[in-house]
Design a protein around this ligand. Structure first.
Ligand code: ZN
Ligand code: ZN
Length: 392
């Protein structure tokens, strides 16, 4: 049995979370227990509401090729600058679009770059104005655009009360708006992705979010299956979904289950072990770095982090890539980056509209892709406008 320690930021007490992970359970339940064990190890605590998770093969194997990227719509903290907008992070996974935080001006940031997508979910990290003030206007815009797809807004306790007070701005949208206060560690499941809030150290209740993809089944050895007497066709699918076919058990022809991708976004926080645990060996950690270390006292007083502190958290968590955001306008991105890289080399400081692509682990490392100025998008829009004009 594995044991994971976690420092409770409130009390300083050492918490212990035990995994239900032993070889007999894995043998008995196939990959499901292993999935849960990985997830619990990742988040470092028992996920009270998650229950058991199936490992189903997606139709057509889409999971194996599904793209995952984070688009940085706003990278400033507290107040916008000429170059940086207020916090907003667009998670793009296959056709799904999830927004984390929605600072003032987020709609405009999106419209200027990748477009205002029909989001399925918005997750607020906390209720400081720089993280949500763009939301009421965006909710109204969705209504004006005759959106039909329902939308859920999630956030820490107090989110629904706050957005209720904003009702006069956005009314009662016909598209079906749900507002949910989350408890820490209460996962939100969207197909084969879980978004798990966890408490961080900031003024008021503030969450980070861990985005956890389900694990993928191991590689299927079709040649071996055929040699053992399984007929190619539907039986191959059944075998991969866990059925024993013609005396051939799945584990005879399937490799070890492969971990899903994990991305952790801290929101505003002072350095905390809660992030180290949640982001343990994550593919990407998006950590705030409001200050340089010369202002460490100010960071402590306001429960924010310095670049050096964020880098130390990334080093302790052994993440594959660290991205720093929520920059105070008093520093340049270069200063923040250099300070962090002295502690943790694999650090990037995205500018507004940059993207981080997170390929499946066997396909390469997470990578920062600089915004190209939207030339592709502008060219497409111009071509569409020209086509429209010539047809009218
Ligand atoms: Zn903030
Ligand atoms: Zn804040």
């Amino acid at each position: 049995m594995l044991t994971i320690g976690r420092q409770d930021p409130g009390t300083g007490r050492r918490l212990q979370a035990r995994e239900r992970y032993c070889s007999s359970a894995v043998a008995a339940a196939g990959t499901r227990e292993l999935q849960n064990a990985h997830r619990e190890a990742a988040i470092g605590m028992s996920l009270r509401h998650s229950g058991h998770v199936h490992v189903d093969l997606p139709a057509g194997g889409t999971l194996a090729t599904m793209d995952l990227s984070l688009f940085f719509a706003g990278t400033a903290g507290s107040v916008p600058s000429a170059r940086r907008g207020l916090p907003a992070l667009l998670v793009r996974r296959g056709g799904e679009r999830i927004l984390i935080d929605c600072g003032e001006g987020t709609q405009r940031q999106l419209v200027r770059s990748v477009g205002l997508a029909d989001l399925t979910d918005v997750f607020l990290t906390h209720l400081h104005a720089d993280h949500w003030l763009g939301l009421p206007g965006m909710l109204k815009s969705f209504e004006l655009r005759d959106r039909e797809k329902p939308l859920t807004v999630h956030g820490p306790p107090g989110t629904s009360a706050l957005l209720e007070r904003m009702r006069p701005v956005y009314g009662r949208p016909r598209y079906g708006l749900t507002i949910r206060d989350l408890e820490p560690d209460e996962p939100v499941r969207r197909d084969d992705l879980q978004v798990v809030p966890f408490a961080v150290r900031h003024r008021g209740t503030a969450f980070g979010y861990a985005l956890l993809e389900d694990g993928r089944p191991g590689r299927f050895d079709a040649e071996l299956a055929e040699r053992l007497g399984v007929t190619p066709g539907p039986d191959f699918g059944r075998l991969q979904r866990g059925e024993t076919i013609a005396g051939v058990a799945p584990e005879q022809v399937m490799g070890r289950p492969r971990a899903g991708r994990r991305v952790v976004v801290t929101g505003d926080t002072a350095p905390t072990d809660a992030v180290v645990v949640a982001a343990h060996r994550a593919d990407l950690l998006v950590h705030e770095a409001t200050f340089l270390h010369e202002d460490v006292d100010r960071a402590a007083a306001t429960l924010h982090s310095t670049a050096r502190q964020a880098a130390q958290v990334a080093a302790d968590a052994e993440v594959r890539l660290l991205a720093l955001t929520h920059l105070s306008s008093r520093y340049s991105g270069g200063e923040i980056r250099d300070e962090a890289r002295a502690v943790f080399a694999d650090t990037e400081v995205p500018r507004d509209f940059d993207t981080i692509e997170i390929p499946l682990p066997e396909r390469g490392e997470p990578e920062l892709v600089r915004w190209d100025g939207g030339s592709h998008g502008r060219a497409r829009a111009a071509a569409a406008a020209a086509a429209l004009e010539s047809s009218s």
